[in-house]
Design a protein around this ligand. Structure first.
Ligand SMILES: Nc1ncnc2c1ncn2[C@@H]1O[C@H](COP(=O)(O)OP(=O)(O)OP(=O)(O)O)[C@@H](O)[C@H]1O
Ligand SMILES: [Zn+2]
Ligand SMILES: [Zn+2]
Length: 757
C-alpha cells in the first residue's frame, strides 16, 4: 500500500497555494509538520508536509507521483495544532495557506542548501591514496579534501568534481561522504552574529534575581487571579477581560497567574503590543522566572529564531513573551494566553494574513481548553461589548495601588489661548505647571500624536473642523490636487479661506511635530535638559531603550514624545503629563477616531502620579466639549463606552457590523480607478443574487485610500459592511471572482482585509 504526503512548497509566489502530493518512499518515515525536499519542475525545493494520507484526492488517482526526496529535519517541527491553525487562518483572513503558514511558522522562509561533507574519519590526505575507487568517485573525494572547509555545496561539488549524481549517491551509500542540510536565511533578514545575543539584549540586572520582589496582592488583584484560576480549573475555553485602571497593578496579576499555571505544569504566552516598547515588561518577567522565559522579538536572526522554536517545542521554555506573532509559539502545554494592552492596534497584523492576535489566541485556547486574558485600562469597544453581553468574562480593578490616585485632568481650550494673544503651542496653564515641576525637580511628559500623512483643517478661533457631510468624519487635506477628501465616500471640496462657522481667517491645516514642541520648549526654558521619543529618534531598538532609561535616571526633566510614550510606562517621578493637541487623533478619518482618542488620552494621563507624589494632567484641545475628551478627563470609561456603543449602533459600525475592505493597487492611477469602479459594479450585481434584507449590507466607496499613493502604487478602496461575517465574506468572494473575469482586473493587486483597524 502506498502513502502520500501533501507538501506545501516554498516558492516565491506566496499568493498562490502551492501544495502538491508526493509519494512517500518506504525508506522514509514522514510525519506531518516535517520539512522535506521535493522536486518541482526539475528543481529541488523545500516543503512542509501538511498532510499524510493513504488515499489520493480523486483528480490525482491513477497519476504517477514523484517521490519525496529527503527529510530535512529528524522530527516534525510544526505541531498538528499549528497546521490546523494555519488552515483556519487562511480561511478566516482570506489569504493563501502558504502565506498563513509563513506566519505561523516564520522559519519556513529562506532556503535549505544541500552541502556535501566528507565523513570525519576520512578527512585527511589518506583519502588521496584510495586509488582503487573508480576514477570519478576518486575525483570527487579529492575535490572535497582539497576544499578548504572540507565541504562545499552540492551544486558546486557536482560541477567542480565533474561527476554524475549517481556517483555521489554511491559515495554516500558507501559511507565516504554525507549530505548535510543548511539553512540559508533570505536576503535582508539579519544574520546570526549581527544581532545581539538574547542575554546581552536585556539589562544585565534582568537575569534571575532570587530577591525579585513579589508584592502581597491587593484584594482586587487577588479576586482577579482567583477568577482566572477557577476558569482554568473548569477546563472549558474562556476569554476574560481584565479592565483595570492605569496603575492598578495588572502586571502583578499576570505574574501571579503565570506562576500558578507553571506550578500546574502549564505554559503561558504574554503578548505585548510592541516588544521593543516594552522591554520593561520583558525584564520584569525575566527577573521573576529566569531561564523559563523566552523573549521573542523582531531582532532575532534566523538561527536564533530556529533555536528559540526548538527550545519552546522541546519544553525548555515555559513562558513566551513577545509581540503578536508570539501567539503562534509552539508551547506543548499552553494553558494561558495574556494580551496586555488588549486595545492596541498593533495586535492586528496589517499584511497578509491580516489576523488579530486576539482571535488567534481564542482559537488556540478553544482547542486546548485554556484561558485568554485580555488586559487593559481602556478595553477596546469590541471586547467590552462582548463582556457586557456575557460572551466573555469581565474582571475589574478600579483602584490604583496603595495611596496613589488617578490624576486630576484639566482641559484647556486652545481657542481661548489664541483670543488672549497666546500664540505658543503651550497654554499658559501648561507653562505654569511645567515651571512648577522644574522648580521641584519632578518630571514631565509631553505628548503629541503626530502621524505624518493626514492633515485635517481646523479653525483656531472656534475649533470648527471641516468634515464630510455624508460620513461625519474629518476630511483630509491633500497637497496633491489641493483638495479635501473623504476617505469613506470620496466626497471632495476645496479648503476654505475663512472659517464657515465664524468667518475667522485662522483656519489652517493642522500638523505639528514633536521637534517643534521640543524647540519651543527650549525657547521657554533654555537651560533644561529634554529628551525626545519619536519615530526619528528611535530608528534602532536600542535607542528607544536608552532614551527611556535616561529618562528613568532623571537625566532629563521633560520627555517629549508620540504615542510610543503611552504604553505601560511606570516612572514614579513623573507628576505632570501634557497633551499638546488632543484633536490630532480625534480628527483622524476613521470611525474609531473617538475610541482611539479616549484610549490615548486615558493611557497618557495614566503615566502621571503613579507613586506617592500626586500627579496632574493638562489636555490642550480645540474641541473641549467633545465627549471623548471630557470622558477621558473624568476617567469615565463606562460613560464613554455606553455613548460610543450607541453611536456605533446607529451608524452601523463594528462591533454591530463587520467590514471587509478591499484595497486595489496599481502603478497607474487611471487603471486603479477603473478597476475600483468595476469591482464596485461587480459587487452591486451581487446584491440581487443574495436576497439581502433591507440594510443588511452596504457597499462603501470606491474611494481613494487614506494613503492614496504608496511605494509607487495608487491605492483605492471599497468596503462592504454587513451584520453577518460569513455572508459578507461569501458575497465579497463572489464579487471578486466576477471582477477577475473582467479585463480591467489585469495587473491589479487586491488586498483584502476583514474588520480592518
Ligand atoms: N500588590 C502590590 N503592592 C504594591 N505595589 C504593587 C502591587 N502590585 C503592583 N504594584 C506596583 O504598582 C505599580 C503599577 O503597577 P502596573 O505597572 O502593573 O500597573 P498597570 O495596571 O499595568 O498599569 P498600566 O495600565 O498603566 O500599565 C508598579 O510600580 C507595581 O510595581
Ligand atoms: Zn471658526
Ligand atoms: Zn464621506
Amino acid at each position: 500500500m502506498f502513502r502520500y504526503a501533501e507538501v506545501l512548497v516554498d516558492v516565491a509566489n506566496r499568493r498562490l497555494d502551492q501544495s502538491f502530493h508526493y509519494l512517500i518512499p518506504e525508506s522514509l518515515i514522514i510525519k506531518k509538520g516535517m520539512r522535506v525536499l521535493v522536486s518541482l519542475q526539475n528543481r529541488k525545493v523545500q516543503g512542509l508536509v501538511v498532510d499524510v494520507t493513504d488515499n489520493l484526492p480523486e483528480e490525482l488517482e491513477g497519476c504517477t507521483l514523484k517521490p519525496v526526496l529527503e527529510i530535512v529535519d529528524k522530527d516534525s517541527l510544526v505541531p498538528q495544532e499549528l497546521i490546523e491553525l494555519a488552515h483556519w487562518l487562511a480561511q478566516t483572513t482570506i489569504c493563501s495557506l502558504a502565506q498563513s503558514l509563513h506566519t505561523v511558522w516564520p522559519l519556513f522562509k529562506g532556503k535549505i542548501e544541500v552541502w556535501i561533507v566528507l565523513e570525519s574519519s576520512l578527512a585527511d590526505p589518506d583519502v588521496l591514496t584510495l586509488e582503487w575507487l573508480d576514477p570519478e568517485a576518486f575525483r570527487g573525494l579529492k575535490v572535497l579534501s582539497r576544499a578548504r572547509e572540507k565541504a562545499i555545496s552540492f551544486k558546486v561539488f557536482l560541477k567542480r568534481a565533474n561527476i554524475a549524481e549517481s556517483t555521489l549517491d554511491k559515495l554516500i551509500s558507501q559511507g565516504w561522504v554525507r549530505k548535510e542540510f543548511r539553512f540559508k536565511a533570505p536576503k535582508g533578514s539579519s544574520l546570526p552574529g549581527e544581532t545581539p545575543d538574547l542575554k546581552q539584549e536585556s539589562n544585565p540586572r534582568d537575569c534571575l534575581d532570587s530577591g525579585a520582589k513579589t508584592y502581597e496582592l491587593t484584594k482586587e488583584q487577588a479576586v482577579a487571579v482567583g477568577s482566572v484560576l477557577t476558569a482554568l480549573k473548569e477546563g472549558s475555553p474562556q476569554t476574560i477581560l481584565l479592565h483595570g485602571v492605569t496603575g492598578s497593578g495588572k502586571t502583578e496579576v499576570y505574574r501571579e497567574l503565570i506562576a500558578r499555571v507553571l506550578e500546574q505544569g502549564g505554559d503561558a504566552i504574554l503578548l505585548v503590543p510592541e516588544i521593543s516598547l516594552t522591554s520593561q515588561v520583558a525584564g520584569f518577567f525575566e527577573k521573576h522566572f529566569g531561564e523559563k522565559v523566552i523573549v521573542l522579538h523582531s531582532g532575532l536572526g534566523q538561527r536564533e529564531k530556529m533555536k528559540a522554536w526548538l527550545d519552546i517545542l522541546a519544553g525548555k521554555k515555559k513562558i513566551v513573551i513577545g509581540a503578536r506573532s508570539a501567539v503562534f509559539a509552539p508551547l506543548p502545554n499552553l494553558r494561558l494566553i495574556i494580551l496586555d494592552e488588549e486595545h492596541d492596534g498593533a495586535f492586528k497584523q496589517d499584511e497578509n494574513p491580516k489576523y488579530h492576535a486576539r482571535d488567534v489566541a481564542r482559537k488556540r485556547m478553544e482547542h486546548r481548553k485554556g484561558v485568554v486574558l485580555l488586559g487593559s485600562a481602556t478595553p477596546s469597544l469590541e471586547a467590552y461589548a462582548a463582556a457586557q453581553s456575557g460572551k466573555i468574562g469581565l474582571l475589574t480593578m478600579t483602584a490604583r495601588i496603595g495611596k496613589s490616585m488617578l490624576p486630576p485632568v484639566e482641559i484647556v481650550d486652545m481657542r481661548d489661548e489664541l483670543r488672549q494673544g497666546n500664540r505658543s503651542i503651550f497654554s499658559s496653564s501648561l507653562q505654569e505647571k511645567l515651571k512648577d515641576r522644574l522648580d521641584k525637580g519632578e518630571q514631565t511628559m509631553l505628548f503629541l500624536n503626530r502621524r505624518g500623512y493626514s492633515t485635517f483643517v481646523v479653525c483656531r478661533e472656534c475649533g470648527y473642523v471641516v468634515s464630510c457631510p455624508n460620513c461625519e468624519i474629518a476630511l483630509t487635506y491633500h497637497t496633491q490636487g489641493q483638495a479635501m477628501r473623504c476617505h469613506y465616500c470620496d466626497y471632495q471640496e476645496q479648503p476654505p479661506h475663512t472659517c464657515p462657522q465664524c468667518g475667522s481667517r485662522y483656519i489652517r491645516f493642522f500638523g505639528q511635530g514633536t521637534q517643534r514642541v521640543e524647540e519651543e520648549l527650549q525657547g521657554l526654558f533654555p537651560e533644561i535638559p529634554t529628551l525626545r521619543l519619536d519615530f526619528d529618534t528611535t530608528r534602532t531598538k536600542e535607542a528607544h531603550h536608552i532614551i527611556l532609561e535616561r529618562f528613568r535616571r532623571q537625566e532629563a526633566a521633560v520627555l517629549v514624545g508620540t504615542q510610543m510614550m503611552a504604553k505601560g510606562l511606570d516612572f514614579p517621578n513623573v507628576t505632570l503629563v501634557g497633551v499638546i493637541a488632543a484633536d490630532q487623533t480625534l480628527n483622524m478619518p476613521d470611525f474609531r477616531a473617538r475610541e482611539r482618542t479616549f484610549q490615548l488620552l486615558t493611557q497618557v494621563a495614566g503615566r502621571a502620579g503613579r507613586s506617592d507624589k500626586p500627579g496632574e494632567v493638562v489636555i490642550q484641545t480645540y474641541s473641549p466639549y467633545d465627549s471623548a475628551v471630557v470622558k477621558a478627563a473624568h476617567h469615565d470609561f463606562q460613560g464613554f463606552f455606553w455613548e460610543e456603543i450607541r453611536y456605533r449602533k446607529e451608524r452601523k459600525y463594528p462591533p454591530y457590523t463587520h467590514i471587509i475592505r478591499v484595497l486595489l493597487l496599481h502603478e497607474r492611477e487611471d487603471r486603479v480607478i477603473k478597476g475600483a469602479h468595476d469591482l464596485g459594479e461587480c459587487l452591486q450585481q451581487g446584491m440581487g443574487d443574495h436576497e439581502f434584507g433591507n440594510n443588511e449590507l452596504d457597499i462603501l466607496g470606491p474611494a481613494p485610500a487614506v494613503l492614496p499613493r504608496l511605494r509607487n502604487q495608487w491605492r483605492w478602496q471599497i468596503s462592504v459592511k454587513g451584520t453577518q461575517q460569513d455572508r459578507l465574506r461569501t458575497f465579497l468572494h463572489q464579487g471578486v471572482q466576477r471582477f477577475f473575469a473582467r479585463p480591467s482586473s489585469n495587473g491589479i493587486i487586491l488586498n483584502i482585509e476583514v474588520d480592518p483597524l
